[in-house]
Design a protein around this ligand. Structure first.
Ligand code: 6GU
Length: 244
């Protein structure tokens, strides 16, 4: 899968993309990331990329010309891939959106800065807008990295275990069960005996119940949409009754 990222701060991307699973995915040709500096497409002497808003009100707005020139210069006119604007006004990002984006062979990620981008960019260049949560960042760069990371780890072959992405917290619709590694006792705190029992049926049941319990305690909103058995629904009803 190919990504083209358009930003005023290209240098923030590589330190993260050069680490761990994302670096390996890129080395193996599973993901290709090209980062472009929008400023390189500004044609005036000082490479100006922003200007004051029409109507006043302060803050600066990203000018349309360098953004259109950058995106169309790389992807053609019209762009040969969906162009996603990262903005707090976008649709909420989630596992489902990541899985949807992972189906495309090619995506462009456009990072907004300053107070925003000229509305004509959204209207005539951008095909989708995504937000990573209900708070405001100083720019779309971190959000673009979040989207890249979440999408790339879903691509076939990126994770060692092909089932891993399906077992993730949000893929299952539940939060994950607790994890433990050696030592068996640390500062007197023991790893639950069931995990050391070697009984894989019991371990699977314990993990499923822990995942349910965690989700019930921390994210009850997820339970409404989760795929649960009648037995699991009954267990939750029992916890509800005990809590009253
Ligand atoms: Cl995508 N951009 C910015 N600037 N702030 C955000 C965001 C995006 N998502 C949440 N907050």
């Amino acid at each position: 899968m190919r990504f083209d990222v358009f930003t005023l701060f290209p240098e923030v991307f590589y330190p993260y993309l050069d680490l761990s699973i994302l670096a390996r995915a890129r080395q193996r040709g599973l993901a290709e990331v090209h980062v472009h500096n929008i400023r390189d497409w500004a044609t005036d002497k000082h490479h100006v990329v922003d200007d004051e808003p029409y109507g006043g009100g302060g803050g600066m707005v990203m000018k349309p010309e360098p953004i259109f020139a950058a995106v169309e210069g790389v992807l053609g006119r019209p762009p040969a891939a969906p162009v996603i604007l990262l903005t707090p006004q976008g649709r909420p990002f989630s596992h489902a959106v990541a899985a949807e984006l992972a189906q495309y062979p090619h995506l462009a990620l456009l990072c907004g800065r300053y107070e925003g981008v000229d509305e004509r960019v959204r209207q005539h260049l951008v095909s989708d807008e995504i937000s990573i949560g209900d708070y405001v960042l100083t720019g779309g760069e971190l959000a673009a990295l979040v989207v890249l990371d979440a999408v790339v780890r879903l691509l076939p072959g990126v994770l060692g275990d092909p089932d891993a992405p399906h077992k993730d917290s949000h893929a299952m619709g539940l939060l994950e069960y607790p994890h433990y590694t050696r030592p068996a006792v640390f500062r007197g705190w023991e790893v639950p005996a069931v995990l050391r029992s070697g009984d894989h049926g019991r371990i699977a049941r314990w993990r499923r119940e822990q995942a349910l319990r965690r989700t019930w305690e921390r994210r009850p909103d997820l339970l409404a949409r989760a795929d649960l058995t009648a037995e699991e629904r009954a267990l939750i009803a029992r916890w509800e009754a005990e809590a009253r």
